[in-house]
Design a protein around this ligand. Structure first.
Ligand code: FES
Length: 213
C-alpha cells in the first residue's frame, strides 16, 4: 500500500490523527470543529447509521479506523441548507469560486451534517448529474470517505482533506483526484425554493463517511 503523510502521535475519535501544529488548519471552520464530535456521535447513533468502530486501531495506520454504513436520511426533500448560525442560505450568498460549510436545518433527530457548498458557473461543471446543481451551486458531504476527517481545505478548486491529503474535485462530482480515498464525496441534490433559499431535494446520493465502496 502506498504511504501517505502521517501525523506523529495524536488522535481523536474521528478516526483520523492530527498534531497540534496542524490542528488549526485541519478544522478551520469553527462550527464544523465544534460539531465534529457531535456529528460523529450522531452518525453512530441516530438515523439508522451503524457505527463499526475500531477506535483502538494502530494510529500509525492509514487504513480506515472508523467505518460506518448509512441507511437513514440526513437530508430529505425540502430541508433548508443553513449556515453555522442557522441562517438559511440565500441564492446570492456565494460568488463563483467560493466555498462554505452548511448544514441541514435542525429538526428532531437531525442536528448536524456538515456539508460543503460550492459555487461555480454552470459551464464549469463536468459530469453534471441532473438535479445536483442549481444556479452554479453544488453540495457534498464534508466527511471524508477515507477515514472520516472533515474535508475543509482547498488546493485551487480542489477540496482537500487535511488528514492524508485526499483531494476531491467539486467540478466533477467530488471525484477523487489524489490521496487514499476510495470514492467521491457523496453529493446532495439541491434546488432553490420559491423564497430564494437553497434546499435539498433528497438525501446524499451515497453513504456518508468511510466505507461504502
Ligand atoms: S481521512 Fe484520510 S484522506 Fe481524508
Amino acid at each position: 500500500m502506498m504511504d501517505y503523510p502521517k501525523p506523529d502521535d495524536e488522535t481523536e475519535d474521528c478516526g483520523c490523527s492530527e498534531t497540534p501544529a496542524t490542528r488549526q488548519s485541519l478544522y478551520s471552520d469553527a462550527r464544523a470543529e465544534l460539531r465534529r464530535r457531535d456529528f460523529a456521535k450522531f452518525l453512530a447513533t441516530v438515523g439508522g447509521l451503524t457505527a463499526v468502530a475500531s477506535l483502538t486501531a494502530p494510529l500509525a495506520s492509514t487504513t480506515q479506523v472508523f467505518e460506518r454504513s448509512y441507511e437513514g436520511p440526513i437530508y430529505s426533500d425540502g430541508v433548508t441548507l443553513v449556515d453555522g448560525e442557522g441562517e438559511p442560505i440565500q441564492e446570492g450568498r456565494l460568488s463563483e469560486g467560493e466555498h462554505m460549510t452548511v448544514f441541514p436545518e435542525p429538526r428532531p433527530g437531525i442536528e448536524d451534517a456538515p456539508t460543503l457548498l460550492v459555487r461555480y458557473s454552470e459551464s464549469a461543471y463536468s459530469n453534471v448529474k441532473e438535479g445536483f446543481t442549481v444556479s452554479g451551486y453544488a453540495a457534498f458531504s464534508k466527511v471524508c470517505t477515507h477515514a472520516g476527517c472533515m474535508v475543509g481545505n482547498r488546493d485551487g478548486d480542489l477540496l482537500v482533506c487535511p488528514c492524508h491529503f485526499g483531494k476531491f474535485d467539486p467540478l466533477s462530482g467530488a471525484s477523487v483526484e489524489g490521496g487514499p480515498p476510495g470514492r467521491a464525496l457523496p453529493q446532495l441534490p439541491i434546488t432553490i425554493s420559491s423564497d430564494g433559499t437553497l434546499i435539498a431535494t433528497g438525501d446524499f446520493e451515497g453513504p456518508v463517511g468511510p466505507g461504502g465502496e
